[in-house]
Design a binder for this molecule. Structure first.
Ligand SMILES: Cc1ncc(COP(=O)(O)O)c(C=O)c1O
Length: 340
């Protein structure tokens, strides 16, 4: 970090290039393009894939709002497919049923760090000639079969402060396409390839070298941090009772950005969170409402019925799973949850 400050290159410079290179190495994608956030990364990734007004993009309603806002920023229309109750991820059959002649892309969201059913989704996309854009914001390091998340089309990781690999604020696009990578790089920096030569209307969505230096250090610790998250999740799943513990689907690795249980029907979630809080256990609700429940989204999509998302959103609760959670903390969490 001090090196970066002393170099005088505080904006996008060699550390950003090194972080991009590190992402291509560990994901196996041909290109990585760093951005100022996951949200700006999604926006660029959609634009670089030619998505705009008149197009529909099918995504999950059970996500952070940025997934859907990015679609709206381009002028395209988000279309929701309901989720699978067990994995919290988009249901490929619902996704296929939502395809219309205007559908241009599908945006699976690897929620909480668990990959979506990418074989099924990729084969549907191929059959219908659709672009695959992974929202991998929460899934850095996750794998599906023998492939890393981030290699199924264009993908976007978030490097926001709470993410498994973080820079404070930041994002990373990965793609195998030379054209998509080139356009994303141009749009990231004012449409400018050569200094003060503007090829198109562009943004300033750059990451800084100061932040990239943090990301490089974080990436170096990713495997160990993921091992700790995985072992914490395994302990919780083996010992919790009276709640539904998360399902990891076969053939994929979950990186446990969140460890999310479901409370039984009729249990008051606020009350549970309050009681756990009094026992010194921080919890989170990701997310209390599906994206289809917000007025600015409804203005585009109208009222839609997504019963699985509504049911899941009403009953999820995330427990601490991060690498600094120790065995004694896990024992306390289990004791508190099991005696609810
Ligand atoms: C699923 C999902 N998509 C997109 C984003 C947006 O990323 P950022 O916060 O880096 O803009 C996030 C991050 O919070 C996210 O969780």
């Amino acid at each position: 970090m001090i090196d970066v400050l002393e170099s005088g290159m505080l904006a996008q410079g060699p550390r950003v290039a090194a972080l991009e290179e590190a992402f291509t190495r560990f994901t196996g994608a041909r290109h990585a393009i760093a951005t100022s956030s996951g949200t700006t990364g999604l926006h660029l990734a959609l634009l670089a894939n030619g998505i705009g007004p008149g197009d529909e993009v099918i995504t999950s309603p059970f996500t952070f709002i940025a997934s859907v806002n990015a679609i709206l920023f381009t002028g395209a229309t988000p279309v929701f497919a309901d989720i699978e109750e067990a994995s919290f991820n988009i249901d490929p059959e619902q996704l296929e049923a939502a395809i219309t002649p205007r559908t241009k892309a599908v945006m699976p969201v690897h929620l909480y760090g668990q990959p979506c059913d990418m074989d099924h989704i990729s084969s549907i996309a191929k059959r219908h000639g659709l672009i695959v854009l992974e929202d991998a914001a929460q899934a850095v390091g996750a794998t599906y079969g023998d492939r890393h998340i981030g290699t199924f089309g264009t993908a976007v990781f978030s490097l926001y402060a709470t993410k498994n690999v973080m820079t404070g604020e930041g994002g990373m696009i990965t793609t195998d396409s030379d054209e998509v990578a080139d356009l994303a790089r141009l749009l990231r920096n004012h449409g400018m390839r050569n200094r003060y030569e503007y090829e198109m209307l562009g943004f300033n969505f750059r990451l800084t070298d100061v932040m990239a230096a943090i990301g490089i250090a974080q990436l170096g610790r990713m495997d160990e941090a993921t091992r700790r998250r995985t072992s914490n999740a395994a302990y919780l799943s083996a010992h919790l009772s009276g709640v539904v513990t998360p399902v990891v689907k076969e053939g994929r690795t979950h990186v446990w950005h969140q460890y999310t249980i479901r409370l039984p029907h009729g249990v008051d979630r606020n009350e549970v969170a309050h009681r756990l809080g009094q026992a010194g256990i921080g919890t989170g609700v990701f997310y209390p409402r599906g994206a289809h429940r917000f007025p600015h989204i409804q203005a585009e999509t109208g009222e839609v019925s997504l019963p699985v998302t509504d049911r899941v959103a009403a009953s999820v609760l995330s427990l601490p799973v991060h690498p600094l959670v120790e065995r004694a903390d896990l024992e306390r969490i289990v004791a508190a949850v099991n005696s609810l």
